[in-house]
Design a protein around this ligand. Structure first.
Ligand code: AMP
Length: 284
């Protein structure tokens, strides 16, 4: 069932709670793929009623980004989400989410001030603001997010912690194509030739991971392994290749032997911006 209005979803949520249902929310921008569907399936395991939200949030796109061209297909999303176990699809209009009088933003410091925060000014303010609005609309017990957007997962956890939101955050591993390319709604932008090269992103992450597991601890060497592999490809313009501490995103020159390290890559393949990451936890 598709629900369009904030009041309606709030009333539904209240009713479900009276019935004792555990509500799980899966925020998305739609054009669903297997990655999204894995979130929905896990959401169904975690609770009773799954509410997937579908909103291409204008506030998190920069003026030169792909908001207008972002792929959209509501009917397809409805069918796919339903088959994966979704109960309600919340699809608000931008005019209801952001009426002319709208004048509030959520700005989370620290972890948002590097990587995507630098490359996409205003992006995380848009994400934090819309996620809080979606949480206040859906009022879930649990919300599910993908590790694919690693920095975003840190932001959501900080949002919940700093603003005392009574919501459990569940992070789901990245779903990949056979060659390792992380599934993304944006992959449809890739030309045939670009798509052939896209598997290199995951390869570069794994090459850096192998070096770390073999004892490499120097951040610049680890970054260089990813950079060198990707920089060789004509169609690729690297934004960043970075190893950082997984919890804080701090970048020590040398990692400790018990560090949890996140490897982060952002680049343009042709005109399509792609991001990916891999966690190497030396503590395990
Ligand atoms: P998006 O529609 O791109 O905003 O993504 C909605 C949610 O799906 C976010 O929590 C993403 O991290 C997650 N997601 C996107 N791609 C994948 C993937 N390949 N595997 C797992 N989760 C994903």
């Amino acid at each position: 069932m598709i629900i369009k209005h904030i009041k309606e979803i709030q009333q539904l949520s209240d009713k479900l709670k009276i019935e004792g249902k555990k509500i799980v929310c899966v925020p998305t921008m739609g054009f669903l793929h297997e990655g999204h569907l894995s979130l929905i399936r896990i959401a169904k395991d975690l609770g009773d009623t799954v509410i997937t939200t579908l909103f291409v949030n204008p506030m998190q796109f920069g003026p030169k980004e792909d908001f207008t061209n972002y792929p959209r297909d509501l009917q397809r999303d409805f069918e796919l989400s339903k088959d994966a176990g979704n109960d309600y699809l919340f699809v608000p209009e931008a005019t209801e989410m952001y009426p002319d009088s709208f004048n509030t933003t959520i700005n989370i410091g620290g972890i948002t001030e590097k990587f995507e925060g630098v490359s996409r000014p205003g992006h995380f303010v848009g994400v934090a603001t819309v996620v809080l609005k979606l949480f206040n609309a859906v009022k879930p017990h649990i919300a599910v997010f993908g590790q694919k957007d690693y920095q975003q997962t840190l932001l959501i956890q900080k949002l919940v912690q700093d603003l005392n939101l009574d919501i459990n955050i569940h992070i789901v591993p990245t779903i990949r194509e056979d060659d390792g390319l992380a599934m993304s709604s944006r992959n449809i932008y890739l030309s045939y030739d670009e798509r052939q090269k896209a598997g290199l992103i995951y390869k570069s992450l794994n090459q850096a991971k192998t070096a770390i597991l073999n004892g490499e601890r120097r951040r610049n060497v680890i970054n260089g392994i990813m950079f060198d592999m990707l920089n060789n490809v004509n169609e690729i313009t690297i934004d960043y290749c970075a190893a950082a501490l997984a919890g804080s995103l701090e970048e020590p020159d040398i990692f400790q032997d018990n560090a949890a390290i996140v490897l982060l890559v952002a680049l343009k393949l042709g005109t399509t911006r792609l991001i990916d990451n891999l966690i190497v936890n030396l503590n395990n």
